[in-house]
Design a protein around this ligand. Sequence first.
Ligand SMILES: CC(C)(COP(=O)(O)OP(=O)(O)OC[C@H]1O[C@@H](n2cnc3c(N)ncnc32)[C@H](O)[C@@H]1OP(=O)(O)O)[C@@H](O)C(=O)NCCC(=O)NCCS
Length: 151
Amino acid sequence: MQRWIRPATLQDLPALLRIERACFDDAWNEQSLAAELATGDHHRAWLCQEQWPGQPAEVVGSLLAWRLYEQCEINRVATLPALRGQGIGRLLMAVCLEQCAAEGATQALLEVRADNDAALALYRACQFEPTGRRKRYYRDGGDAVVMTRAL
Ligand SMILES: CC(C)(COP(=O)(O)OP(=O)(O)OC[C@H]1O[C@@H](n2cnc3c(N)ncnc32)[C@H](O)[C@@H]1OP(=O)(O)O)[C@@H](O)C(=O)NCCC(=O)NCCS
């Protein structure tokens, strides 16, 4: 089996929508995702693909970020439920951070639900540290943890 990360384009919108719907209760709609795939500005998007011998390649994970001047902001990272715990999230994060650093970013930042243990663990594994908390940040009243790391 081969697994690789590549930048996403507008042609990947259906695949990205599938990942969103499989991974998030508050999945972004087609219009919002299309905006994230727009080229030429601060949006950055990557997909993880997998291919087994004799099978077509499949999109199994995604990451959406913004690179704003010296800052890389991670907005969304997702791995299909059946394939979690295999390093896909870590791989997506590594490519995003490396690419944004190559473009001149010196700091990475994200917000994560305080009760999202898997995401908190992934970000810690990627050397992010909690640097703040936003009370009742989410619509359902949940808090967000702000995490940052230097690049
Ligand atoms: C968060 C998410 C992207 C992690 O993806 P993943 O591909 O399973 O992550 P990885 O396999 O690369 O795990 C990387 C590290 O994170 C940690 N981790 C991931 N899932 C974990 C879990 N459920 N419990 C504890 N630690 C976990 C592990 O420490 C792992 O390090 P290790 O390889 O040394 O064990 C995935 O759970 C997901 O898609 N969740 C739903 C969407 C979401 O909430 N996204 C984050 C907010 S945008």
